[in-house]
Design a protein around this ligand. Structure first.
Ligand SMILES: [Zn+2]
Ligand SMILES: [Zn+2]
Length: 260
């Protein structure tokens, strides 16, 4: 398993950069590809009522999203390779022997990274919606008013650097095993693709339960894309609730989509 066989000696920058970029590319293609196949080919008719925006994105839109995403994985490789170069200098808290912190921390660190990433995403996302920063950092992502799964990594290079920043942030501040971070990356691409595919898969009752106040939904993010207003969160909804930044019609929209 990758988690156990991570090399003690870090290979050259070029090799680590290429490895990380290809790894991220393969996961992007696999997860977005599965979502596309299910939601846009095989079950397109059957799931139609749950499509949050009823019309489908055009082929040109999806190609544009995939092109920017391909550039993003290169930037992820560069930032990832640079972070591993910092490890060589002894600056990071990346460790390669699971026994150093035990399996409890190996799994616990993934949970911590998920909550750290959720906060990081919410606040950086709000920041790049500032009118002075929006065009340069976030305009590319918002060209998609009706995104497809291929929009998962559709970022301008500037935003890709911000998104990639979670790796150095974690590596410099907490002990993290590369295998644990790799599993976190699978978690994030799963949610990211699910949020952009455009189908609401949660049950209607969710919004009337505490879980609906806590978890985020695809409706939340699709509404962010089509209205540009509110809904800055990623995995969870509590930052948007605490800060009063949910779209005023978020819950109404969710109920409308899940009642069709
Ligand atoms: Zn945004
Ligand atoms: Zn988005």
């Amino acid at each position: 398993m990758f988690a156990l066989s991570f090399p003690k000696e870090i290979p050259s920058f070029g090799k680590t950069m290429t490895f990380i970029a290809l790894n991220d590319l393969s996961h992007y293609l696999l997860f977005a590809g599965i979502a596309w196949l299910l939601g846009y080919v095989l079950f397109r008719g059957w799931w139609h009522n749950r499509k949050i925006i009823q019309e489908m994105p055009s082929g040109a839109d999806m190609r544009r999203e995939a092109m920017w995403s391909a550039l993003t994985v290169v930037i992820y490789g560069l930032v990832g390779g640079s972070t591993l170069a910092l490890k060589k200098l002894g600056w990071t808290q990346i460790y390669t022997k699971v026994d150093d912190y035990g399996w409890g921390w190996f799994w616990g660190s993934i949970v911590v990274v998920i909550f750290v990433h959720d906060a990081y995403f919410y606040w950086t996302h709000r920041l790049i919606h500032h009118p002075k920063l929006f065009r340069f950092f976030h305009g590319v992502h918002h060209e998609s008013h009706n995104p497809s799964p291929w929009a998962a990594y559709c970022f301008s290079p500037g935003e890709a650097v911000i998104q990639a920043g979670i790796f150095p942030l974690v590596a410099l501040t907490m002990p993290i095993h590369p295998g644990a971070f790799g599993l976190f990356m699978l978690w994030q691409i799963t949610f990211n693709v699910a949020g952009h595919t455009g189908y609401e898969f949660h049950a209607k009752w969710l919004m009337d339960s505490w879980l609906g106040k806590f978890l985020n939904t695809p409706t939340n993010h699709i509404q962010h894309h089509d209205s540009f207003k509110g809904n800055y969160g990623l995995y969870f909804n509590y930052w948007d609730r605490w800060m009063g930044t949910n779209h005023p019609d978020y819950e109404k929209r969710f109920r409308e989509v899940t009642s069709r």
